[in-house]
Design a protein around this ligand. Structure first.
Ligand code: C2O
Ligand code: CU
Ligand code: CU
Length: 492
């Protein structure tokens, strides 16, 4: 049982924030075929069921690993919903503790949002009815129980959610699921010698956020995807608890970002490296027409309090080259697969053109992790994670927002970068790290990796009452679980 409270507490008693990952007898081998999650189609009146369960999966040769999943051994199916429809899915829970299904990125009312106030208790069900009204986008879902989100997501309670927009113009992007349109849930994990996943955040791994030394994509260690010799769309989700990725290809090839958290970008952006913080998504188009195999790599995650070189070196990290780059997965070109898309237009049809209007109010959010002092943190107490000086309190509504009013939210993060997330909407980033952000190339977001100070333009189209408020929080899940979170209502 990977995350019963008892085993969790027992595990955190061990001195394992420096996991024993050296001299392992087993070599975690990459190169298995990329798993393509099943689709759970909730479009056109189809209904589905999603049940949280404990299970086991094989990540390592000859070893089974205790896991959790939503109607799957690890993670869950890719859900597909249509704009303009009500998607219906029955949520169940066969695990002996409350879980939830939060629809990360959906513009959905608080009562359907699956936050900490709406747990699914053991052996109960909840009939979710999701009124979908937002642009096509790559979203995700995950458990979101107060104090337990890090453990739940770590052991597998997460999955991808695709919003389709039948009313929008055809984007012309590759869209053959599993062939030239690939979901990629990227996560780092730690396994012990028996094959068990290790989740024991304490001390520095609470402060830095819990990171792993093995990279999984769709639940397989450094897998290999077989792709057609044409343009391929990768829907990247950073489903890690804390690790920030700096994706690039080993041969330095250019690729094109066409989508972000909240939907497509009207103007494709060429790049050679893409940074993705926890919970962020990006859709990129990669050209494989030269037929060459290539590895997708990531640069090292240097996010650390106060420059924290010492603390950084205490974190588990994947085996890397001298620059700190490590392998995420591999691509090989299959000449037996006919490429369906070979050119990309200069602009993307059907991309959202948001109009926020003029802001009427400004709110400030100060993300703090040192409230208890550095030594308090290092002692493993974890006190001090807070927003505006107050740690998350389920009984306190921190903000009250008016439906349909545009606001500027200013987020300050002094000690390290924090991926700040807001429920119930998509926002536009105005500035970050003291630099203005171009809305055409940054698009609609629901997570912003705050670099010192960020400003976002935000507006809500759905309501959330005090019984089922929305959350804003750091998406480093250990920070969130320790209280770097607040809650707010939206009312007309
Ligand atoms: Cu991805 Cu409040 O969550
Ligand atoms: Cu969310
Ligand atoms: Cu944080």
């Amino acid at each position: 049982m990977p995350f019963t409270r008892r085993s969790f507490i027992k595990a955190t008693g061990a001195s394992v924030f420096l996991p024993a990952i050296t001299g392992r007898a087993w070599a975690a081998e990459g190169g298995a075929p990329l798993p393509i999650p099943e689709i759970l189609d909730l479009r056109a009146g189809d209904t589905g069921a999603l049940t949280a369960q404990l299970s086991s999966a094989q990540f390592l040769q000859g070893r089974r690993t205790q896991t959790a999943g939503y109607s799957a051994d690890y993670l869950g199916p890719v859900l597909r919903v249509n704009r303009g429809e009500t998607a219906r899915v029955q949520l169940g829970n066969s695990i002996a503790e409350p879980v939830s299904v939060h629809w990360h990125g959906l513009h959905i009312e608080g009562a359907q949002d699956g936050g900490p106030h709406n747990p699914i208790n053991p052996d109960t069900t909840f009939d979710a009815a999701l009124d979908i009204d937002q642009p096509a986008a790559t979203l995700w879902y995950h458990s979101h129980i107060m104090g337990r989100t890090g453990a739940h997501v770590w052991f597998g309670l997460a999955g991808m959610l695709l919003v389709d927009d039948p009313g929008a113009m055809n984007s012309g992007l590759p869209d053959t699921y599993g062939e030239d349109d690939l979901p990629l849930v990227v996560q780092d994990r730690i396994f012990d010698g028996s094959g068990a996943m290790v989740y024991t955040p304490r001390g520095p791994s609470l402060m830095m956020g819990y990171r792993g030394n093995e990279i999984l994509v769709n639940g397989a260690i450094r897998p290999e995807a077989s792709v057609p010799a044409g343009l391929v769309r990768l829907r990247l989700l950073n489903g890690s608890n804390a690790r920030i990725y700096h994706f690039h290809f080993e041969d330095g090839r250019q690729f094109t970002q066409v989508g972000t958290d909240g939907g497509l970008l009207s103007v494709p952006v060429g790049m050679k490296s893409l940074t993705l913080a926890p919970a962020e998504r990006a859709e990129i188009i990669v050209d494989f027409s030269d037929g060459a195999a290539v590895r997708l790599l990531s640069g090292a995650d240097g996010n650390s309090p106060m420059g924290g070189g010492m603390m950084g070196s205490m974190m588990p990290n994947p085996e890397s080259d001298s620059s700190g780059a490590f392998e995420v997965m591999r691509f090989s070109v299959n000449s037996g697969l006919a490429p369906k898309v070979s050119t990309l237009a200069n602009s993307i049809a059907g991309a959202p053109a948001p109009d926020f209007g003029a802001p009427v109010r400004r709110r400030s959010f100060r993300l703090d992790m040192m409230g208890g002092g550095m030594m308090g943190m290092m002692g493993g107490g974890g006190q001090g994670m807070s927003i505006n000086g107050a740690p998350m309190d389920m009984a306190v509504i921190n903000q009250q927002v008016k439906l349909g009013e545009t606001e500027i939210w200013q987020i300050d993060a002094a000690e390290m970068q924090h991926p700040f997330h807001v429920h119930g909407t998509s926002f536009q980033v105005l500035s970050n790290g003291g630099t203005a952000v171009n809305p055409a190339t940054s698009g609609l977001k629901d997570v912003v990796l705050v670099d010192g100070k960020a400003e976002i333009l935000v507006k809500f189209t759905r309501t959330a009452d005090a019984a089922s408020p929305y959350m804003y929080h750091c998406h480093i899940l250990e920070h969130e679980d320790l209280g770097m979170m607040g809650q707010f209502t939206v009312a007309g």
